[in-house]
Design a protein around this ligand. Structure first.
Ligand code: SAH
Length: 221
């Protein structure tokens, strides 16, 4: 895969939003042009239509959410609403330490991203996009088509949980399936919330206002 530096990265760093070296490295390595319908628009710092009434998130928003999430090498991640698959590939890059694994670390825990998407057409298109980076073949990403509001009990608990669609509240299943010490980042209405699990039923929570997300749709609603 040709290595491209998404030109918006430098600006997001300059604005103080992207800070963590491993996240910056992943942002520079996973070309957004591989995850959009219209390549000419790939490097605009805006959400773009990906069909089915959904959007690939704005780079600045993805950066902001990943900085809150703080994914680490070896983490097991549950991602809700993978859409284009761009954020999935960035997460896969980070949890598998793609930047250094070739030279320094062999046989270490590669980490895993369980990525769920409920719309079949997007599930298929997003899967094809993620496959461009071989993350599925390497076993770093597993894609699942379905309603993630139910949680993903079969692979729980998770070190990190991140959602890209906003419901009216955080599904109980996600809170339950997060490891103690783990971090969950999700939109609720027009805000992004960070939850850090302190014990089985105790969370530190922080709200960041002023965002716009597509709706989290449950099969039950
Ligand atoms: N991170 C993606 C965001 C896509 S928009 C990207 O940047 O491309 C949010 C996605 O969440 C949509 O594709 C939508 O179909 C999906 N979604 C909404 N409700 C869902 C649910 N209950 N389970 C799984 N995916 C859901």
């Amino acid at each position: 895969m040709r290595r491209t530096i998404n030109p918006f990265v430098e600006d997001i760093i300059r604005r103080g939003i992207l800070k963590t070296p491993s996240i910056i490295e992943a942002f520079k390595s996973v070309d957004r042009a591989n995850f959009v319908r219209e390549k000419a628009l790939a490097y605009i710092d805006e959400p773009l239509s990906i069909g089915e009434g959904q959007t690939i998130s704005q780079p600045t928003t993805v950066a902001f959410m990943l900085e809150l999430l703080q994914p680490e090498a070896g983490n097991k991640v549950f991602e809700i609403g993978f859409g284009s698959g761009w954020q999935t590939a960035i997460l896969a890059y980070i949890v598998s330490q793609n930047g250094i694994q070739k030279s320094k670390i062999k046989n270490q825990n590669l980490g895993k991203v369980y990525a769920v998407e409920r719309i079949k057409e997007l599930f298929e298109w997003g899967t094809t996009n993620i496959a461009k980076y071989n993350f599925i073949k390497k076993g770093i990403v597993e894609v699942i088509c379905g309603d993630a509001t139910k949680g993903l009990a079969e692979h729980a608990p998770y070190d990190r949980i991140i959602a890209a669609a906003a419901g009216a509240s955080v599904p109980e299943s996600w809170l339950k399936e997060l490891k103690v010490g783990g971090r969950l980042v999700t939109p609720v209405g027009g805000s992004i919330w960070l939850y850090i699990k302190r014990s089985r039923d105790k969370f530190d929570k922080k709200e960041y206002k002023g965002f716009l997300f597509v709706s989290l749709i449950s099969d039950e609603s």
